[in-house]
Design a protein around this ligand. Structure first.
Ligand SMILES: *Cc1c(COP(=O)(O)O)cnc(C)c1O
Length: 427
């Protein structure tokens, strides 16, 4: 295809595309590993990784190999027929994450919807909750996707405004507050599930206290309530372990063969499940839960297609073969150590937080200010792409195939850009 200038590409999107995003002004046309290139040939470090979908790096040869070779054989049969790849993918995913069964879908939001449906059905058929009474507890500042059911329990005003009437059946509690969950479970007998992110990604990388997940798991067990972990962003090695719900096993790269710290009843995966090559998402659960799903109760034309199955298996193999969890753990520690040291003397950075290579810095300015945006524009000029989330927070989530030398190079770009804003913020 003929080349296009950045200016023209942006003008086309602006004129012909719905304005549901506000992108940084950069037009990308190529990616490889931790790098992306714009249409003028300028090279950047990608510090967003497509919201952690590209953990394995851009255009990973093994994943693209699986994609192209499967694309030549068979791409879609629908689930009206069996295909020769789906069962293999299901076995691989189920064994990797240690669940009896998996239900494959495409996008993250669809997987969350699927988990909600499984949980509700379980509530009626297994827990014996009266018709239409099932409740699911969710957390304030959650992000679980953009469907009309999911935005019904969002606390983001823009995500909700004028999209009502909303779905009922959700109860909101503060994040990182086990006592709030205890209270809800004691007062409402019709709760079937607690839906939670192990770290709130979109909210600005909110890391809960160390014991949080263990405590909520114990409460869920005590009240016969399903713990539903949305690991769409935190999973697949992003936080330094295969899953953010994994404990500190000594072998982070052998697919957590140690005991998980907290075993959710329902696990939701997406994003990096395909390494960014194709939309692949999944919901995992054991038989006593998954068996509420029977023919006719749920489905998707593309969910579980052979292309997705081939890509998904390759993407998980890369995570294992390249020890991406261990690398995320190691580089994440360096990132936070360096940025924390920088923050001690800089008026620009208020806080550094994160786990593995899912990190964020809070800029010392009002959430309504454009400072974080301007810092991101400056970093872009110097060859590093990151994006603000919630005004004054910048998320840093590079592909997990990064080397230590590359990370240190990036740290100097980040610090240099932040340094330019010191005068502005030294109130
Ligand atoms: C991205 C994300 C989703 C939604 O995934 P989509 O593929 O964009 O629908 C859901 N939950 C979490 C935690 C996410 O980060």
């Amino acid at each position: 295809m003929e080349s296009i200038t950045s200016k023209d590409a942006m003008a086309l999107e602006d004129k012909y595309g719905a304005h549901n995003y506000h992108p940084l002004p950069v037009v990308l046309s190529r990616g490889e590993g931790v790098y992306v290139w714009d249409v003028e040939g300028k090279k950047y470090y990608d510090f967003l990784s497509a919201y952690s979908a590209v953990n394995q790096g851009h255009c990973h040869p093994k994943i693209i190999g699986a994609l192209t070779s499967q694309a030549k054989n068979l791409t879609l049969t629908s689930r009206a027929f069996y295909n020769d790849m789906l069962g293999r993918f299901e076995k691989y995913v189920s064994e990797t994450f240690k669940f009896d069964k998996v239900l494959p879908m495409n996008s993250g939001a669809e997987a969350v919807e699927t988990a909600i449906k499984i949980c509700r059905k379980w509530g009626y058929e297994k827990k014996g909750i009266a018709e239409n009474e099932v409740l699911i507890v969710v957390c304030k500042k959650n992000f679980h996707g953009r469907t009309s059911t999911i935005v019904s329990f969002s606390s983001d005003k823009q995500a909700k405004r004028h999209f009502g009437p909303f779905s009922g059946g959700f109860v909101e509690i503060p994040y990182d507050d086990p006592s709030a969950l205890a209270k809800v479970l004691e007062t409402h007998k019709d709760v079937a599930g607690f839906l939670v992110e192990p770290i709130q990604g979109e909210a600005g990388v909110n890391v809960p206290s160390a014991a949080y997940l263990k405590e909520v798991k114990a409460l869920c067990e005590q009240h016969h309530v399903l713990l539903i972990a949305d690991e769409i962003q935190t999973g697949i090695a992003r936080t330094g372990k295969l899953l953010a719900t994994c404990g500190d096993c000594s072998c982070p790269d052998r697919h957590c063969s140690g005991t998980p710290e907290v075993k959710p009843d329902i696990l939701i995966l997406g994003k990096a499940l395909s390494g960014g090559a194709y939309p692949v998402s999944a919901v995992l659960a054991n038989d006593p839960i998954m068996e509420v799903i029977q023919p006719g109760t749920h489905g998707s034309t593309f969910g579980g297609n052979p292309l997705a199955a081939a890509v998904g298996m390759a993407a998980l193999e890369v995570v294992k073969e390249e020890q991406l969890a261990a690398n995320a753990d190691k580089l994440g520690k360096i990132f936070r150590e360096e940025m924390t040291r920088f923050a001690e003397t800089s008026p620009v950075v208020e806080k550094v937080r994160g786990k593995g290579l899912l990190n964020a810095i809070v800029i010392n300015d009002s959430p309504d200010s454009s400072t974080a945006w301007e810092i991101c524009v400056d970093m872009k000029e110097h060859g590093l792409l990151a994006k603000p989330t919630h005004g004054n927070i910048i998320r840093f989530a590079p592909p997990l195939v990064m080397t230590e030398a590359q990370l240190r190079d990036c740290l100097s770009i980040i610090k240099e850009s932040l340094g330019k804003f010191e005068k502005l913020l030294a109130h």
